[in-house]
Design a protein around this ligand. Structure first.
Ligand code: NAG
Ligand code: NAG
Ligand code: NAG
Length: 214
């Protein structure tokens, strides 16, 4: 998660982050050791869905003009894969970042269903419900430009969610765009692109490249 805010220890955020029905503003972050002070507001908690599933989020507001800045949803890829590190180019210099732990049991989100009952369509439905509830909790984000971003397996989450939002718009969600890095999309296409990547980054020779391609 290279888009993360400055040095932070995610574990610290979760301390006491039980389900709450009101926004919970965070202050200090234990373990935060940067010379730059925390010059933005941030909130975390779990939003409960109808099936009792509790979805963890961390909302990191923009350093400046948060009220006018777009809202960017970040969906990390493969479940359980998360890293937070110092980044002088953190996106929350100009945007409000909403990190949402999806689909289930990804760290602090909790599940109530059997794991075998989860798939891309149920994950999408939960994300939609999460967004509806999020807007109720943070009404100031209604109609702000909304972007969906992520990496890796979010190559699935994001197109599914965008497709859903286009077919069944959520009032208040002003979908402006999406961005995916290092996307998992289709194994055949992805596998082909690895070889191009290896070759164009000097990992394999032209001879090996040509041999594999043929
Ligand atoms: C989940 O479903 C699998 C396969 O149907 C089953 O073997 C397992 O016992 C179930 N686990 C729970 C906790 O219900
Ligand atoms: C996804 O899971 C739900 C509930 O477990 C099930 O009803 C649905 O058919 C599944 N969808 C796919 C595409 O497997
Ligand atoms: C793609 O590569 C993975 C390993 O990286 C392999 O498990 C999978 O079978 C490959 N898929 C295809 C369609 O070649």
């Amino acid at each position: 998660m290279s888009s993360s805010v400055v040095s932070m220890v995610l574990g610290a955020v979760a301390v006491g982050a039980l389900f709450i029905a009101t926004p919970r503003k965070l202050g200090e972050l234990p373990g935060y050791d940067d010379v730059k002070p925390i010059n933005f507001d941030h909130y975390a908690g779990r939003i409960q869905l109808q099936n009792d599933q509790k979805m963890f989020y961390w909302l990191v507001e923009a350093e400046e003009k948060a009220a006018q800045a777009p809202l960017i949803l970040w969906l990390n890829g493969g479940p359980g894969y998360l890293s937070v590190k110092k980044n002088p180019y953190s996106w929350n210099r100009h945007a409000n970042m909403l990190y949402h732990e999806s689909p289930f049991e990804v760290r602090f989100s909790t599940t109530v269903l059997n794991a075998t009952e989860y798939n891309d369509s149920t994950t999408t439905a939960r994300a939609v419900e999460f967004l509806r509830n999020f807007l109720k909790l943070y009404p100031k984000y209604n109609n702000q430009p909304f972007y969906i971003t992520g990496e890796c397996y979010a190559g699935m989450y994001i197109p599914w969610l965008v497709d859903s939002l286009i077919k069944t718009p959520i009032p208040g969600i002003n979908l402006a765009g999406m961005a995916i890095g290092n996307a998992y999309t289709d194994q055949d296409i992805d596998n082909e692109s690895y070889i191009d990547y290896y070759y164009t980054h000097g990992f394999i020779s032209m001879k090996a490249y040509t041999a594999i391609k043929s």
